[in-house]
Design a protein around this ligand. Sequence first.
Ligand code: URA
Length: 251
Amino acid sequence: MRLQKAMSYLGLCSRRKAEELIKLGKVKVNGVLISEMGYLVSLNDKIEIIGEIKKEQNLDKVTFLFNKPLGVVSSVKDDRGRKVVIDFFKNENYRLYPVGRLDYNTSGALLVSNDGELTNLVTHPSTHLNKTYIATINGFVKDLHLQELRDGVELEDGMTERALVKLISRNDNKSVVSLTIHEGRNRQVRRMFNHFGYEVKNLHRESIGFLNLQGVERGKYRKLSNSEVIQIKELCKKNKEKNVIPTYKSK
Ligand code: URA
């Protein structure tokens, strides 16, 4: 990722401010002064702004599973002053950032980490990690539409891959559907339902891979164990190497 983008992603400053600081020769990467705009870095690189006094941070790698409430931005800082995910981690002395994102109005499972390798693996489309969502939509969802959601839906950015779709309940006013997908396109679940004219009233992510929110209340988090971190990385690497695309039952 470009240096200025990484600085804003990590919450060090805005992207514009980062560009200014780079031009002024005030940014070091792994101890080396960088004045090249667009210099490529990884999230594991040590990025510092010269002259800024920061309290000493714990550099050990750590990942948390967070149960994101509604009305929270998946980022480190928000220009509009809204509550952000990292506000919930004030007691943790790590430079944390969200791994991917959930919409402001989506609740549920979100990883928060300082581990660049884990972030790249979990967010990269080639690792095909399953994510399960519970969507509450307006109206009675038709069987035909459930089948099309399973088989693939034509969106502006192309056809969606096969999905695992289970009907939980439905009546004339609302339907509740569980949907497992392994792509991470922007607002994908909402757009898949919008395609048929349904409106998603509520969206909650239940799980990421084998990690679910059991025992993690809304607005709370738990630290992943070393073995969970190893397993999630291994799962992503295996999927990527073997190009394993999850297959789901057609009904
Ligand atoms: N799909 C959406 O539409 N929104 C999210 O937050 C996640 C997946």
